[in-house]
Write a protein that binds this ligand. Structure first.
Ligand SMILES: Cc1ncc(COP(=O)(O)O)c(C=O)c1O
Length: 442
């Protein structure tokens, strides 16, 4: 968009101030809508991740892999609803499934005919699942998985990782966040095998669950080492701990999620996001023995409630999503496209000597303004956050819609030409902003 190079004497601070001012000027309608929303919602927001200063864009609609904001700007949507929007905005099969469900009655007050078929499709795909239960969100799925582990083991402690995100009530910075459910959490560092093993040695017989994302999503698409996951599996076995893989995001990264890629099966898996075809969705499941505590035919069964657990729109959209649309072959192709895109983006950064690196697997990636890829959340936080903000605003100016935290999650609507556009936009940014980005090349 701009072919002028950044002069050497421009600071990050002044570049960012200018970018923010241009953003305010370009988006008066979004600004006005946000001001109005602050009258009735704290900060004009009902989903924290979407807020950024000075105000977030108001998105009016979407089509294919494009979104349009209230001021009429069109963007290519590289964010894909933080992985839930895998099918884009206008998939005809998803649409037909939802309309068909509406035609057959919206709230059926009973077991419906779609839910067991959808459950079959989910269990067929995720290697560790024999039995599955549906929830309304990934958060709920993780809460249920942790509760299941506590009930099963009779223990109270839960080992989680710094920067792990398992939903609004199970979220971790350096420590558990204030809104978390009150389990007794122990915090370990992601990919730190020795430190984690030491904690397990100290507390092992009091720990009910280890909960881990096989690739950290919210903390910046940081893949786990295979050896690290293997250690968790072995330690969990040795100490009678329930190992939970949160594959809410990562199940899309291969036909059977990252557990299939690593060949490491957890005791419980949680799912969410795209798997409900873009409708609100969550699920938790595992082996027959563990999950059978929810079998209501058993005298000692545990209840698991939820009015919308089997809601007909999610069940119908999810069934078509997992049987017709996101087939194993389609999953492999989309992730190959993502791997190729990430490599091209990193090649551009290397060529310009920019301290910018894209981490991730397949169709999910995050940009970090650092010379080397972070291996845990603490390292990701050490990357330059002002440059990330500048990147966000300047990518918007180039028609690129991604997360404010610089995350990309490709949808099936993203074509090779859209990947080219992103590579060109990043190349333009790094060449223009070269003086601000120079550092050791990864
Ligand atoms: C890894 C992971 N687990 C759980 C969740 C929570 O899912 P939901 O937002 O559907 O509650 C998220 C959401 O971003 C996630 O990324």
């Amino acid at each position: 968009m701009n072919t002028h190079e950044t002069p050497r004497n421009v600071s990050i601070k002044s570049a960012l101030e200018d970018a923010r001012a241009r953003y305010v000027e370009r988006n008066p309608e979004s600004h006005a809508r946000h001001r109005r929303a602050t009258e009735v919602m704290p900060g004009g927001n009902t989903r924290t991740v979407l807020f950024h200063s000075p105000f977030p864009l108001a998105i009016k609609g979407g089509r294919g892999c494009h979104v349009e904001d209230a001021d009429g700007h069109d963007y290519v949507d590289y964010l894909g609803e933080y992985t839930a929007g895998l099918f884009g905005h206008s998939n005809p099969d998803i649409r037909a499934a939802i309309i068909g469900a509406l035609d057959r009655g919206i709230n059926l007050s009973g077991h419906n005919t779609v839910e067991p078929e959808f459950a079959e499709a989910v269990c067929a795909r995720v290697p560790s699942l024999e039995l599955v239960r549906f929830t309304n969100s990934g958060t709920e799925a993780n809460l249920m998985a942790v509760a299941t582990a506590c009930i099963h083991t009779g223990r109270r402690k839960v080992l989680a990782f710094r920067g792990g995100y398992h939903g609004g009530l199970l979220s971790f910075g350096e420590t558990p966040v204030a809104t978390n459910v009150p389990h007794e959490f122990l915090m370990a560092t992601y990919n730190d095998a020795a430190g984690t093993a030491a904690l397990l040695e100290e507390h092992g017989d009091a720990i009910a669950a280890i909960i881990v994302e096989p690739m950290m999503g919210a903390s910046g698409c940081i893949p786990a080492d295979g050896e690290f996951l293997k250690l968790l599996r072995e330690e969990a076995d040795r100490r009678g701990i329930v190992l939970i893989f949160d594959e809410v995001m990562t199940s899309r990264l291969s036909p059977g999620g990252l557990q299939e890629v690593h060949g490491i099966l957890p005791d419980l898996t949680t799912l969410g996001k795209y798997m409900g075809g873009g409708m609100s969705f969550g699920a938790f499941g595992g082996g027959r023995e563990l999950m059978s505590i929810y079998d209501p035919r058993r005298a000692d069964s545990i209840g698991h409630a939820g009015t919308f657990n089997n809601n007909i729109m999610t069940m119908s959209a999810g069934l078509v999503a997992m049987t017709k649309l996101y087939t194993p072959d389609v999953a492999r192709k989309l992730n190959a496209l993502g791997d190729d895109l990430r490599e091209r983006l990193n090649a551009v950064c290397r060529k310009h000597g920019a301290a910018l690196v894209f981490t991730g697997i397949g169709s999910m990636m995050t940009a970090h303004f650092a010379a080397t890829p972070p291996r845990n959340a603490g390292e990701a936080q050490q990357a330059d956050q002002s440059l990330k903000e500048l990147f966000y605003f300047e990518m918007l100016e180039r028609g690129v819609f991604m997360a404010r935290r610089a995350m990309v999650a490709l949808s099936l609507e993203i074509a090779p030409k859209d990947c080219d556009m992103l590579v060109d936009a990043v190349a333009d940014f790094v060449s223009l902003r070269k003086p601000l980005l120079s550092g050791r090349v990864h």
